[in-house]
Design a protein around this ligand. Structure first.
Ligand SMILES: Cc1ncc(COP(=O)(O)O)c(C=O)c1O
Length: 510
């Protein structure tokens, strides 16, 4: 080689530092298999989404009576297969619209309530006290007296409640039957130590010893609700075995007889947690696996000399979540800067002509991006290929979908389309920055007036929905014959203001 040096002309350009980010590609825009295969939710139980929205308005909660009855029967069958004496109690707080409660009551569920209000609701629905399981960290003295009179199953949450019950029993010279709520660390998730007495540190045994000194209370059951959306059935194996152990201890102290064990609820639905990579079909345990874990543990460990206790379950979300949909309408289309990406003006200056031409990635990000492209001209360059992604504003929001805090609802357009999908932020209609229903939903390009459908949303949303700046929408249940029936009307100003009072000095002058 010759020793000559060839001078190379270099120009140093200092590029702006861009923090690297890893983003899951769930947009199917660039995937040929996703083209023309956009899933849509055009109908619910045979009723078209468009006709539902037209008749009952948007947004609209829709429930399927056939689905909730099927889920109940499947779950009950799973437990009854494994255990001779099973009773389900419908967890009112999961969804206490009367039509929903009554459908479960018709299926054979009794009621599980957690407050004075829910107790009243169950009684209003015609459930006798003896068929009400009364849970909750706060039960007023009045409601406890009513529950005693009506022979409800009172599950004591704390020492103060125990003392109140003792006081009432002594005052009336009666013996009050009670159950104890126990929390147990199953080492599968955070222990719900807010509720009940600890089954881990000797507190439960201490309460049992105390009961031996109180003739006015009779222990008839033990309860443990380990938590909600429990993805590992082992949690129930551990909880059931500890409850049996405590029942044996109680009976050895001459308490009891323990008529029942109550393993609460908590079975997961097919919702998808934030950060959950695999689809719910692969993650959610079958109801049978929960049933097997609970029933086989009790049957194995329960003393053979004694009658098996009745088994109560208070499953909520697993029965109702998939029976509920929320229809909503797109009210605005916009773009959203991608988190961590350089803002557009800086990127344009920093990358000049040498970067990747955004126009090339236009097709990969669906039609929506072309709006932003046309706004900024064609030769926008960026290192990442996209600075913004599509966003839509819908007429629902997190005031109706409280559970969006933990779960990502599946969001589908109500019309089938062959358009490619792109990651789309779904903003709610609240005047609050946190009102994001989903950060990145794979959706085709949508325009104002298009309907979308969210699912599963049947658990907890209707009961936790609030009126913050919006009226709560109508709720419809499609009956088993396919007929949509209104089960809660849309609110209006008269309803929302009904409980307000106007002091005379603030009244509008005539
Ligand atoms: C005491 C009790 N039982 C039952 C349930 C229903 O739980 P899930 O909807 O997870 O089945 C709850 C809810 O957290 C509860 O607190």
């Amino acid at each position: 080689m010759s020793g000559s040096i060839i001078p190379i002309k270099t120009t140093l350009v200092k590029l702006a530092y861009v923090t690297p980010t890893i983003r899951r590609l769930d947009a199917g825009g660039g995937n040929p298999f996703r083209h023309g295969h956009t899933n849509a939710c055009t109908q619910i139980d045979g009723v078209s989404v468009a006709s539902l929205a037209k008749e009952f308005g948007s947004p609209l909660f829709v429930f399927s009576e056939a689905t909730l009855r099927r889920k109940y029967r499947e779950a009950h069958r799973a437990f009854a297969r494994h255990y001779p004496d099973v009773q389900f109690a419908w967890s009112y707080k999961t969804n206490y619209l009367n039509a929903i409660c009554n459908a479960f009551h018709q299926e054979g569920a009794i009621a599980e309530v957690v407050s004075d209000f829910e107790y009243e609701k169950a009684r209003h629905n015609g459930i006798p006290g003896r068929d009400i399981i009364f849970n909750g960290p706060y039960k007023s003295r009045e409601s406890l007296m009513r529950a005693i009179d009506e022979k409800a199953m009172i599950q004591v949450d704390n020492l103060d409640e125990l003392l109140t019950l003792t006081d009432i029993a002594k005052q009336r010279s009666i013996v009050v039957p009670i159950a104890l709520r126990i929390h147990i660390n199953t080492h599968t998730h955070e222990v719900w130590s807010k509720f009940g007495f600890s089954g881990d540190n000797g507190e439960a045994e201490q309460i049992l010893r105390r009961l031996t000194t109180l003739d006015c209370l009779r222990l008839r059951g033990l309860h443990c609700h380990v938590g909600t959306f429990i993805l590992d059935p082992v949690a129930y194996r551990i909880a059931a075995s500890r409850l049996v152990e405590l029942a044996v201890t109680a009976q050895a102290m001459n308490l009891g007889p323990i008529e029942y064990l109550n393993l609460g609820g908590g079975f997961a639905s097919k919702a998808r947690l934030h950060g959950q990579y695999l689809p719910p079909d692969q993650v959610t345990p079958s109801i049978d696996s929960y049933a097997e874990a609970i029933c086989s543990t009790i049957q194995t460990l329960w003393p053979t000399s004694q009658k098996l206790p009745r088994l109560y379950l208070e499953t909520g979300r697993a029965l109702i979540d998939e029976a509920g949909w929320l229809i909503s309408t797109v009210v605005a289309v916009k773009t959203r800067p991608i988190q961590g990406a350089t803002t557009l003006p800086i990127a344009m200056a920093a990358y000049g002509k040498g970067g990747q031409d955004l126009t090339q990635s236009r097709s990969a990000h669906g039609k929506g991006l072309s709006h932003s492209l046309s706004a900024y001209g064609k030769n926008i360059h960026t290192q990442r290929g996209a600075l913004t992604h599509n966003a839509i504003v819908i007429d629902a929001g997190v005031h109706l979908l409280y559970t969006a805090t933990w779960y990502q609802p599946t969001i589908l357009p109500a019309k089938a389309t062959a358009d490619p999908l792109s990651a789309t932020t779904v903003y709610g209609c609240l005047c609050m920055n946190i009102d994001v229903v989903r950060e990145e939903a794979p959706l085709p390009s949508l325009t104002t007036g298009d309907q979308i459908v969210m699912h599963p949303v049947g658990a907890y949303n209707v009961t936790q929905a609030m009126q913050f700046i919006q009226y709560r929408p109508a709720v419809v249940m499609i009956d088993e014959a396919g007929c949509p029936r209104i089960i809660r009307r849309k609110e209006d100003l008269r309803y929302v203001q009904e409980m307000e009072e106007m002091p005379a000095h603030l009244a509008k002058p005539n």
